[in-house]
Design a binder for this molecule. Structure first.
Ligand code: UD1
Ligand code: UDP
Length: 376
């Protein structure tokens, strides 16, 4: 009998980082199953960086990215490309992670070809279909098209249960992003080793923050840095020109700001380890920074990652400059407030998520695997 094939799909920086451990876990069983990594190439440099961090290459790269691409362009180019791969490879399963357009399109392409789809990082929800945009729609629609759900936390599992997903097709795994983090060899002393004062790590790229909200974030940074003359803000700039132009015009000349190109993943992890605190609208960074005991101020109105807020390691501060300034200065000037948030226990995973996923998928293909203990 020919070996079954699992097609894993990625396309952007975060879904690549979080799919890499799953692909590596499946490839340990290459005598049983062929694992094909398909990249839509929705991102280019940032995706290549992410793959390089794991010493991986895509087996198929659809190379769809264009500069200033619209959501409709990404969707239409990706679905044609993925569909052609599915037609050629005839996989038994398609797997993708998270809430990007690549993920949503992978689930739709699998559905059209009646191939079961497994969703990694399933069940994250906010209460608004349009926030984050378009990710909340992407993950909800993907959820409808999914045959096996891998929620990262019990909260995400509960969201799925509320939507009527039966427990038999939902396994709580922990987040594969923590598996990725634990695999990295983190370089030492590469980020301003001589700098004594506070070091703020700032990232912002979300569509709903483009324009005015990001101007608010920049204004807050100027206020914070004026009040803390020995502080430095490191701002890795996403490759999106919309984001870069605004950050460069608002903060490019500031003597306490370092606008940098996106560091490779291991270097970015080193930066999370090195910084004093994190200001971010990123999903992945909200999950990773608690592993290093760094307080996180979330530059968004809603979060689908409430576990960090509940655990007290992150706080939703939105994009109002006054609120961001107040909350950041409170952490920088009040050691008790800082210590209360610098909790090192990650509520997001134990580093074994991809192994759980691998076991469930092999089990679904009919191979004998030990019982999977869900992550709690
Ligand atoms: C995408 C995801 C978002 C995720 C983010 C992670 C969607 C709709 N959005 O948003 O959920 O949080 O990735 O970073 O799936 N660009 C480059 N080089 C790159 C990457 C991007 O030049 O390596 C530029 C291109 O001009 C591209 C633009 O950024 O057109 C936007 O990329 P796109 O993937 O459409 O949106 P993101 O904002 O990156
Ligand atoms: N990251 C990185 N370099 C950077 C910024 C982020 O390697 O300059 C990593 C980060 O550690 C996390 C992922 O990229 O694993 C998050 O990606 P992003 O913030 O672009 O997307 P989101 O998680 O918000 O969808």
């Amino acid at each position: 009998m020919p070996k079954p094939t699992i097609v894993c799909v990625c396309g952007t920086r975060p879904d690549t980082i979080k799919m890499a451990p799953v692909v590596l876990a499946l490839r340990q069983f290459s005598d049983l199953v062929d694992t094909v990594l398909v990249s839509t190439g929705q991102h280019r440099e940032m995706l290549d960086q992410a793959l390089a961090a794991f010493g991986m290459r895509a087996d198929v790269d659809l190379g769809i990215m264009t500069h200033g691409q619209t959501l409709a362009q990404v969707t239409s180019r990706a679905i044609e490309g993925i569909d052609a791969v599915l037609a050629e490879r005839q996989p038994q399963w398609v797997v993708a992670q998270g809430d990007t357009t690549t993920t949503f399109v992978a689930s739709l392409a699998a559905f059209y070809r009646r191939i079961p789809f497994a969703h990694v990082e399933a069940g994250l929800r906010t209460d608004s279909l349009t926030n984050p945009f378009p990710e909340e729609m992407n993950r909800r629609v993907t959820g409808i098209l999914t045959s096996v759900h891998f929620p990262p936390t019990s909260r995400a599992a509960e969201n799925l249960r509320r939507e009527g997903v039966p427990d038999e097709i939902s396994v709580t795994t922990g987040n594969t992003g923590i598996d990725a983090l634990l695999r990295m060899v983190v370089p030492e002393d590469i980020w301003f080793p001589e700098h004594q004062g506070p070091l703020l790590l700032v990232t912002t790229h979300r569509r709903e923050n483009w324009g005015e909200p990001q101007r608010g974030i920049a204004a807050a940074l100027r206020n914070i840095l004026a009040a803390q003359p020995d502080a430095l803000a490191i701002v890795p700039m996403h490759k999106n020109p919309m984001v870069r132009e605004l950050l460069q015009s608002e903060l490019g000349e500031h003597p306490q700001v370092r606008l940098v190109d996106p560091p490779d993943y291991p270097e970015f992890v080193a930066l999370m380890k090195r910084c004093t605190l994190v200001l971010t609208d990123s999903g992945g960074v909200q999950e990773e920074a608690p592993s290093f005991g760094k307080p996180i101020l979330v530059l968004r109105e809603t979060t689908e990652r409430p576990e960090g807020v509940t655990a007290g390691v992150s706080k939703l501060v939105g994009t109002d400059p006054e609120v961001i300034t107040r909350e950041t200065l409170a952490l920088l000037t009040n050691p008790d407030a800082y210590t209360a948030m610098a909790n090192t226990r990650s509520p997001y995973g134990d580093g074994r998520a991809s192994d759980r996923i691998r076991r469930v998928l092999l089990g679904r293909l009919g191979f004998e695997t030990p019982e999977v203990e869900p992550w709690t």
